[in-house]
Design a protein. Structure first.
Length: 396
C-alpha cells in the first residue's frame, strides 16, 4: 500500500463513475447508439448526441453524451468514452479477448443517490449477452459472483490489482457454509441500482478462509470475518478508511436482503474515495467539453463568454490608458528639458522651486518610480566617508 503523505483528490459527491470492458461480438459503438436511441424514443432520457471532433477530445476515440432527469427535476449529465484502440500489431494492442474499454462518468445537480438508476444501463442494455459488464481487472464481472482463486500467490496478485484499479468497489464475501441455490446467486441484484455496476463481488468458499486471510493480511493488514464480508481499500487508500467501518460480521446467503452489507457499501460509495488513475481527466472532460446543451444553457454560456470578454477588454483598455498617460508625461518632461537649453547644471536645482520644468520633471520621476518594480533594501551597513578632522597627521 502507498504511504504517500499527500492526500489524493477525491471523487466529487455529485459524480458517479465506472470503467469496464465490452467483450461482446457486436460493435461496442453500435450497441451504445441503439440503446441511447431506444431510450430517447421511450422518453426515458431527454436527449443524446455524439460530439464533433472539434469539441476537444481525441478524434480516434468515440464519445457519447446523454442527459436525463431523476426524481422529476434533478438533471443528470453523463459522458461515455470508448478510448482509441492501439494500432494492430503494436505492443500496446490488446488481445482479441480483451474487448473494447469504456469509461463512464455522470454528474447530477445534487449529491448522488445510490437508489437512482445506474448510468451504465442508459448507455448499455441490461441484456447479459451483450458482454459490456466486464470489470477492468481481467476475469472479473459486474453483477456476478467472482470465485476467488485457490493459489495464495494468485490471491495476493488479484487483491493487489483490485486495489490499484480504483474505479470499482471490491468486496470479499466468505461463505460460512456451502450455500443453497438462493445463496449462490450474486448479491448485486439486491443492491441499490447505482451500485450494481460499481461493485465487484468476490466469493470465498468455506475452506478458503485461511488462504484468503493470509493474502489479505499481507496486502492490507486485516482479515475477513468468518461468514462475513469486507470492502477492500484502494491504493492509495482513502484518508478516512478504517476496516472496522467497512466490514460485516455476518452475511446471510439465503436470498434475503443483506441489509448490513448494503449499508456498508452505500457508506463506502459516499465516502471520500480517491479519484482513480484517469478519473480526474474524465470528470474534467465531462464538465468542460460538454456539448449537449439546451437552448437556455447555450444562451447562458454565450452571456458568460460576452461578460468575460468585456472584462478582459476593459482591463486592456485601462492598461493602455495608463501607459499612454505615462508616455505623455515623459514627453512633457523631455520637451521641458530641451527648452531649458542646458541651463540646468547637474547638482544644482532650478532657480524657482515652482518652475514648469521642475513640476514636469517631478511628474516624470513619480511615474518612473511607480513603474519600476520594488527592490528589497540591501543588508549593507552604510559607512560614512571620514571627515578631514578624522584623518591622521600623516594622511594630511
Amino acid at each position: 500500500m502507498s504511504n504517500s503523505s499527500t492526500a489524493p483528490p477525491t471523487i466529487p459527491h455529485t459524480v458517479w463513475l465506472a470503467r469496464g470492458r465490452h467483450v461482446g461480438s457486436q460493435d461496442a459503438a453500435g450497441v451504445v447508439r441503439r440503446q441511447l436511441q431506444r431510450l430517447k424514443d421511450r422518453e426515458v432520457i431527454d436527449d443524446h448526441m455524439e460530439p464533433d471532433e472539434d469539441q476537444g477530445h481525441d478524434p480516434r476515440e468515440l464519445v457519447f453524451e446523454a442527459r436525463w432527469r431523476v426524481e422529476g427535476t434533478v438533471t443528470v449529465r453523463a459522458r461515455l468514452t470508448l478510448p482509441a484502440l492501439p494500432e494492430p500489431g503494436s505492443p500496446a494492442a490488446p488481445a482479441s479477448t480483451d474487448g473494447r474499454e469504456w469509461i463512464l462518468v455522470a454528474e447530477a445537480e445534487q449529491v448522488w443517490d445510490p437508489r437512482w438508476p445506474s448510468p451504465a444501463t442508459v448507455f448499455w442494455p441490461e441484456d447479459a449477452d451483450t458482454g459490456w459488464d466486464h470489470a477492468p481487472v481481467p476475469g472479473l464481472r459486474f453483477g456476478e459472483v467472482n470465485p476467488l482463486p485457490s493459489d495464495e500467490k494468485d490471491l495476493r496478485r488479484l487483491f493487489r490489482s483490485c486495489a490499484l484499479a480504483g474505479w470499482s468497489i471490491h468486496v470479499v464475501v466468505h461463505e460460512a457454509m456451502t450455500p443453497d441455490a438462493q445463496g449462490r446467486l450474486p448479491l448485486a441484484r439486491l443492491l441499490p441500482a447505482s451500485l450494481r455496476h460499481c461493485v465487484v463481488e468476490h466469493r470465498a468458499t468455506p475452506d478458503q478462509l485461511r488462504s484468503v486471510n493470509w493474502a489479505l493480511l499481507r496486502e492490507f493488514d486485516f482479515q475477513v470475518p468468518r461468514g462475513g464480508a469486507v470492502v477492500l481499500p484502494t491504493n492509495p487508500a482513502a484518508p478516512g478508511y478504517d476496516v472496522r467501518d467497512f466490514s460485516v460480521r455476518s452475511v446471510f446467503l439465503d436470498g434475503s436482503e443483506p441489509t448490513e452489507l448494503v449499508d456498508v457499501l452505500c457508506r463506502y460509495a459516499a465516502s471520500a474515495r480517491p479519484l482513480p488513475e484517469g478519473g480526474a481527466e474524465a470528470v474534467t472532460a465531462l464538465r468542460e467539453q460538454w456539448s449537449l446543451m439546451t437552448l437556455e444553457e447555450e444562451l447562458a454560456r454565450e452571456r458568460r463568454l460576452v461578460a468575460m470578454y468585456a472584462e478582459a477588454l476593459e482591463a486592456m483598455t485601462k492598461s493602455r490608458d495608463l501607459y499612454r498617460e505615462s508616455a505623455d508625461r515623459a514627453n512633457e518632461a523631455l520637451a521641458a528639458l530641451r527648452e531649458s537649453g542646458g541651463a540646468i547644471v547637474p547638482g544644482e536645482s532650478p532657480s524657482s522651486a515652482g518652475s514648469p520644468f521642475q513640476r514636469t520633471f517631478g511628474r516624470l520621476r513619480d511615474v518612473t518610480k511607480a513603474l519600476r518594480p520594488a527592490t528589497p533594501p540591501a543588508d549593507v551597513d552604510r559607512v560614512d566617508p571620514p571627515h578631514d578632522g578624522d584623518r591622521s597627521a600623516d594622511e594630511r
